[in-house]
Design a protein around this ligand. Structure first.
Ligand code: GSH
Length: 199
């Protein structure tokens, strides 16, 4: 049985959402950061860097939410959430996953760290805001005439983007951009989205 470790509105929302979309059996283990679970030796044995999410499938232990989405999509190809390997559709899918990972998430992460933990000064904030505006503008443009990032079909790039657009630090930014706001509201209305975490 697939076992997913995580909790809260952290990046574990992504594989949790994916598993719910796939509609396959899985079990969750809640990892409570505040209770020190990330530092527990049993958890560190799974992920030496002490971060969630972690997905266990038999002998396979996977950290990195991005890798989990691709693995789960490939494991259940009949569900059609991830295009088959070595197709043009898969190449475009992967391109969006890497764009989100390397261009969009980093400035959001910096703004989150600064707002929540006071890390970095004014220059870091300015750089993050510039990079966020640039990356988000490209995503917005892409979504102007498409329901989902890779076209008509919903998939992992939408799970990641939908999750990123729920981060508190982006609330005002998204509110000011109707394309992003409408998209976020639409994808997070799907039955697979773990809305119970956002009540
Ligand atoms: N690149 C990793 C990032 C994982 C990550 O940073 N997880 C956060 C929660 S969203 C965490 O566990 N942070 C605990 C810490 O840094 O101590 C992924 O996408 O899975």
């Amino acid at each position: 049985m697939l076992v997913l470790y995580g909790g809260g509105r952290s990046r574990w929302v992504r594989p949790l959402w994916m598993l719910r979309e796939l509609d396959v059996p899985f079990r969750t283990v809640v990892v409570d950061r505040d209770a020190g679970d990330l530092d527990a030796p049993a958890f560190r044995a799974l992920n030496p860097v002490g971060k969630i999410p972690v997905l266990v499938d038999g002998d396979l232990v996977l950290a990195e939410s991005w890798a989990m989405l691709a693995y789960l999509g490939d494991k259940f190809p009949d569900r059609g959430l991830v295009p088959p390997p070595a197709t043009h559709e898969r190449a475009i899918h992967d391109q969006w996953m890497f764009y989100l990972a390397t261009e969009l998430e980093p400035p959001i992460w910096l703004l989150h760290r600064q707002t929540t933990f006071g890390e970095g000064g004014r220059e870091v904030r300015a750089l993050a805001e510039t990079n966020l505006a640039r990356a988000a503008a490209y995503v917005e443009e892409r979504l102007r005439d498409r329901a989902h990032l890779t076209g008509d079909a919903f998939g992992p790039p939408d799970i990641v983007l939908g999750h990123l657009l729920t981060w508190r630090v982006l609330a005002a930014f998204v509110e000011e951009r109707p394309t992003l706001r409408t998209y976020r509201d639409r994808v997070t209305s799907r039955p697979g989205f773990p809305s119970f975490l956002y009540a």
